[in-house]
Design a protein around this ligand. Structure first.
Ligand code: DGJ
Length: 370
């Protein structure tokens, strides 16, 4: 064999060995350049045969210094860094200026407008988590660059569908002032914060987007001081809210919503509310996306399931070309060194009509899904 052919063969072998052919949850996950993937709180879009993974770029702090990254793959194991999909702005007057907080980006494609639409949780620079806004950007390509449009608190001056007429007004003896008291918990369930934010718009923190089979898109987010999830229908161009919305598990303290549909039933997996620290996941099901949603308990089973294997949900990925094949995607946060955060991807199984997630040290798609 000629020297050059031998060299090429060697290169090919090295390349093949370097490729991933399984998932190793919690380990360093190298992209095709050999660098740990930097796409936290992520979500995935499947478009024209390619998966795109969007996520938060993290450095040494949680504040956005770079923006939202995008990676591409055709096998879900190997990801190519495609750069920054939505960059932070250098303009101090921009809402997405360097140092703002940009979390949990989700991208969907709108066939009518032919635009890729990115929604994400935005916190304005220097305000901690007080702004509680949802933000939207668009692009004509899945790789970006996305152009930032606006951010706001949704559902201004509209009441939820599943809301008692009586809760539109404060109770006769006034709103409870002391947080975490029995009276306060009851008032939260009965719309304390919905009333408070009626004029300004409802808070929107941890979020996801779901596109149903009929093309209608929904925005699901933690609202009411993270005490209650809201689900809202988006307009046909996916750029705004129609005003049709519902509350899920009032007072239940759910974060990190992720949603999927199987055999006509909607399932949702969420986390509890403990900041960056892991807690036990929860699950729900519904026949209609706007609810009612029935709680199904912690889908995680086995060792460390009470902490969801030290992770928090971010997205549920349907595997293309396979029936009922869903991957639970979660983040193992490392708030002291955010860039080092790990990805926990696990197969979703079904037992007695409920989603079940069990730990796998290393796994392949074909092991679980036909
Ligand atoms: C938990 C959320 O799920 C994360 O996305 C992030 O907002 C942290 N809280 C901030 O403490």
């Amino acid at each position: 064999m000629k020297k050059t052919s031998l060299y090429l063969l060697l290169l090919l072998t090295v390349e093949l060995i370097a490729q991933n052919n399984s998932f190793s949850p919690g380990e360093i996950w190298k992209d095709t350049d050999g660098i740990h993937i930097n796409a936290h709180g992520g979500g995935i879009l499947f478009d024209r045969g390619i998966y795109y993974w969007y996520g938060e770029h993290k450095g040494t702090s949680n504040n956005a210094q770079v923006g939202i990254t995008v990676y591409s793959s055709n096998d879900l194991y190997n990801w190519k860094n495609e750069g920054v999909a939505l960059a932070v702005s250098k303009n101090p007057n921009s809402e997405i200026v360097t140092g703002s907080v940009m979390e949990r980006p989700k991208v969907i494609y709108n066939a009518k407008t032919k635009e890729y639409v990115m929604w994400f949780h935005l916190e304005l620079k220097g305000q901690g988590y007080a702004a509680a806004r949802t933000a939207v950007a668009t692009s004509s390509s899945p790789l970006g660059p996305f152009v930032y449009l606006k951010s706001y608190r949704p559902n201004k001056e509209t009441w939820p569908l599943n809301y008692n007429e009586k809760w539109k007004k404060a109770p006769k003896d006034g709103e409870p002032q002391k947080w975490w008291s029995e009276k306060w918990y009851k008032a939260v369930k009965e719309g304390l914060f919905v009333r408070r934010d009626f004029v300004e718009g409802q808070m929107s923190r941890d979020m996801t987007i779901y596109v149903d089979d009929n093309g209608k898109a929904y925005h699901i987010h933690s609202s009411e001081e993270n005490q209650t999830l809201h689900i809202s229908e988006l307009t046909d161009d996916y750029l705004g809210f129609t005003g049709k919305w519902a509350r899920i598990d009032p007072g239940g303290q759910n974060e990190a919503p992720a949603i999927f549909k199987k055999d006509g039933t909607y399932y949702m997996i969420t986390s509890g509310l403990t900041g960056w620290d892991p807690n036990a996941a929860r699950s729900f099901k519904a026949n209609s996306i706007l609810g009612p949603w029935t709680p199904l308990g912690n889908p995680a089973k086995g060792k460390d399931s009470n902490l969801t294997f030290y992770s928090q949900s971010t997205f549920i990925l349907p595997i293309q070309g396979k029936k009922d094949a869903f991957i639970f995607m979660a983040d193992r946060w490392t708030p002291k060194t955010p860039i080092d955060g790990r990805y926990i991807w696990l197969p979703i199984k079904f037992k007695e009509g409920k989603p079940v997630i069990e730990w796998e040290k290393r796994w392949k798609i074909n092991q679980f899904f036909k």
